[in-house]
Design a protein around this ligand. Sequence first.
Ligand SMILES: NC(=O)c1ccc[n+]([C@@H]2O[C@H](COP(=O)([O-])OP(=O)(O)OC[C@H]3O[C@@H](n4cnc5c(N)ncnc54)[C@H](O)[C@@H]3O)[C@@H](O)[C@H]2O)c1
Length: 437
Amino acid sequence: MTKGIELAPAKGKLGILLVGLGAVSTTTIAGVMAIRKGLAKPIGSLTQMGTVRLGKRTDGRSPTIREFVPLTELNDLVFGGWDIFEDNCYEAAKHAGVLEDKLLDLVKDELAAIKPMPAVFDRQYVKRLDGPNVKKGKNKKDLANQLIADIRNFKAKNNCDRVVMVWAGSTEVFMTEAPCHQTIEAFEKGLEASDPAIPSSMIYAYAAISEGIPYANAAPNLSGDIPAMLELAKKTGSPLTGNDMKTGQTLIKTIIAPGLKARLIGVEGWYSTNILGNRDGEVLDDPESFKTKEESKKSVLDHILQPELYPDLYNDLHHVVRINYYPPRGDNKEGWDNIDIFGWLGYKMQLKINFLCRDSILAAPIVLDVALFLDLAKRAKMSGIQEWLSFYFKSPMHAKGLYPEHDLFIQLMKLKNTLRYMRGEELITHLGREYYD
Ligand SMILES: NC(=O)c1ccc[n+]([C@@H]2O[C@H](COP(=O)([O-])OP(=O)(O)OC[C@H]3O[C@@H](n4cnc5c(N)ncnc54)[C@H](O)[C@@H]3O)[C@@H](O)[C@H]2O)c1
């Protein structure tokens, strides 16, 4: 056993600031409130229900993660956030239509008390939306300063010891790294000059990171994942994670694909199509926002299947991803995957998956876990990219020169080994010779 890392205790209140109080955020907040009241269980959340095996298989030690590392209790969480619409969290949750009225009414007062702060928003980056609750400023630096003031006020007003920020706003248009993203200095100049290469989500990321606050990007758009933010995070000690939560079809992809590869089954084609009818679907109906999502969804298979190592199995893979906006379905998405595979001697087979999923139900435990684990990372003085949180994302943040790890099972092992490492417990390699020697 090694010494482990010194972990500051989770004392006092933790503020979770959510950018965008839409389907994902309101399902998370209402869910936490319902769970706190004992009305429902935190299904899908590792921080609330997961366990971690310690020592040998014969030791019988598998504490829950929340007993093993000091996480903030749900009762000590305070929620806040920004949105371009003025609806309070109760109204926004009703509008999102994910949770039943019966449940929402049981937590109505707490939800209604959460009112969105005016947002930093520019239609240039989310073309299908417009709303009235938006800040005005002389340039993007001024807007960032207003966000910093919001964060400080929220923290003081709610008596929070610590704060984390999660971008759960709409998917912005596809962007690539620009010169103003390269250094803190260039970025700050870009803010002063309102450089168009700085979308709204980056202004939030900048505000959080310059305050030393952990920042997660739950969406696929380019936000905290640029050199300037990494440099800033190093300076201020902010842990970072993202991008694009792994829910729905991509979650299933990262469960099935490692299994096919493990058995060296070839894949000739993977056709994925979805219908969804929530506001996220409406935003993704814009080709520029869809491109951001498409890039994030498509990279997953290449990294898992490694065609460069297995050219006979995966070199000619046709991977197609479609998302269609179809209002009658609301948040209840339906996904179809047709997978053309081949086995021994090249004989062809097919696998069909029809997933009737609920996007925000799969996303809410991720938002909760990511917020709690980022706060833990901050208290462990682990700043910058948190690769151990790759488990939760479709396009995990990773250091330059490394390929991202997409295999869900390797990601889970990495996450649990990081927890063991923090506590000075032996890492588990699954070698298992000791049981036979
Ligand atoms: N639901 C999932 O399973 C899932 C999975 C992965 C990623 N995501 C991403 O998470 C994000 C949120 O998803 P959702 O289903 O809650 O969408 P949603 O449309 O219900 O909510 C997004 C909210 O963000 C607000 N918003 C947009 N720009 C903003 C800004 N600049 N500042 C403040 N608020 C802003 C919108 O007004 C809206 O209320 C989307 O980008 C989506 O692609 C969702």
